[in-house]
Design a protein around this ligand. Structure first.
Ligand code: 5GP
Length: 187
């Protein structure tokens, strides 16, 4: 697959916009309403998986109407330039927070094979949170190899490589306000 030339604008690799800024923001508002209701009166801790989840987290948390804490983890799954999971997730940044007895909601950009989230969920479960659930913006259900219990899902999307709204392609274009499908030659 050709390498992305960082000097090019995103238009060079965009096949089509899959989810517009309006669609994303409206669905995230719905999710935030639901989460604010479900966790009312609980000490909610949002855990964001860097780096892809950070744009989703920052919009989601600003729409929540309940007090909450945040913390971050980073997991490396894909080798540089790869478009599929290498199958060996590695925790490269761990939490600062003790999650024992906490109500934890993992905030993730996308579930594809499910291998990354499965790894993280198993690790966090050993730390005995009061609850541990998943809020994922994009779900590629067709690609799943491990079952992931997703309590909140933004959108189900087809099996195509997407970018924008936190999701990168060769570490670029995370800042786009929409989610786009990558042209076939870059998939
Ligand atoms: P999984 O372990 O579920 O296969 O993959 C999870 C991670 O792979 C996501 O957090 C994300 O970083 C990356 N990923 C999966 N599908 C896509 C995609 O279509 N586009 C981008 N940019 N990253 C993806």
């Amino acid at each position: 697959m050709p390498k992305i030339n960082p000097a090019l604008g995103y238009e060079a690799i965009l096949d089509r916009v899959l989810l517009t800024e309006e669609q994303l923001q409206s669905r995230i508002s719905e999710l935030a309403t639901q989460i604010s209701r479900d966790y009312a009166g609980m000490d909610l801790l949002l855990i964001c998986i860097l780096r892809g989840g950070v744009v989703f987290l920052s919009d989601l948390m600003r729409k929540l109407t309940i007090p909450h804490h945040i913390d971050f983890m980073a997991v490396s799954s894909y080798g540089v330039g790869a478009r599929t999971n290498s199958g060996k997730p590695r925790i490269v940044l761990d939490l600062n927070t003790d999650i024992r007895g906490r109500y934890v909601l993992l905030v993730e950009d996308i579930v594809d094979s499910g291998i990354t989230l499965d790894h993280v969920l198993r690790l966090l479960q050993t730390r005995e949170p009061a609850s541990l659930d998943v809020c994922v913006l994009l779900n590629k259900a067709d690609r799943r190899v491990v079952h992931i219990p997703t309590r909140y899902v933004g959108f189900s999307i087809p099996n195509e490589f997407v970018f924008g709204y936190g999701l990168d392609i060769d570490e670029l274009y995370r800042n786009l306000p929409f989610v786009g499908v990558v042209k076939q030659e870059y998939q």
